[in-house]
Write a protein that binds this ligand. Sequence first.
Ligand code: SAH
Length: 217
Amino acid sequence: MQADTYRHRGLRRTLVEELRRKGIRDERVLTAIGTVPRHLFFEAAFQPHAYQDKAFPIGEGQTISQPYTVAYQTELLQVRPGERVLEIGTGSGYQCCVLLELTTQVFSIEYNPVLFERTARRLAALHRPAHLFCGDGSLGLPQHAPFDKILVTAGSPALPRPLLRQLRVGGSLVIPVGDEQTQRMVRVVRESEEEFSRQVLEEFRFVPLLGQAGWNK
Ligand code: SAH
């Protein structure tokens, strides 16, 4: 495991200022991005680029989301200390560690077994105590529901019903929804047992959400 140096901390401060300029306002989210050493979630070849506001390959055809996207989704989620949060698409584990800066109860599911193993080892080495699972996250984690917040970090063709059912009343789901090229960020709030409200926001480009309630591949 490489070190987190004074230079890396300086690069993070610059990244945080860039995110502020791009419109991220929540100081708790900006502090989290300024704290988590993003370079430790990259393969060696890409490490020098870790503090650019860009997405990068993490292997297995997947990507670590751009810092702006991580900040945008995290800001929308409005996580409070002690809340139970479920992330779909662990990937590199970076977003998961940003969530752990905001609450101690983070559950995350990854579909790809190779990424799952690699990231589970990484988070253990970093002493980040997330609850990690390997499987089809489009179905959620019924055995650990309900959740206060659910975050999907892959693009979905529709709102997965299992995830809506696993939200606590008053809780919210943040998910990119669209076709395989572009998606719009959607924030759904469970207003009551049967009622959901929905806001449709900015456009993004994510890798596809696979699985039964995703693209079914
Ligand atoms: N949040 C990640 C980036 C995720 S990229 C990070 O911070 O690095 C999207 C991830 O979703 C990929 O790793 C992909 O394998 C995973 N994925 C796709 N469909 C999934 C599903 N149905 N369940 C769980 N993970 C899924």
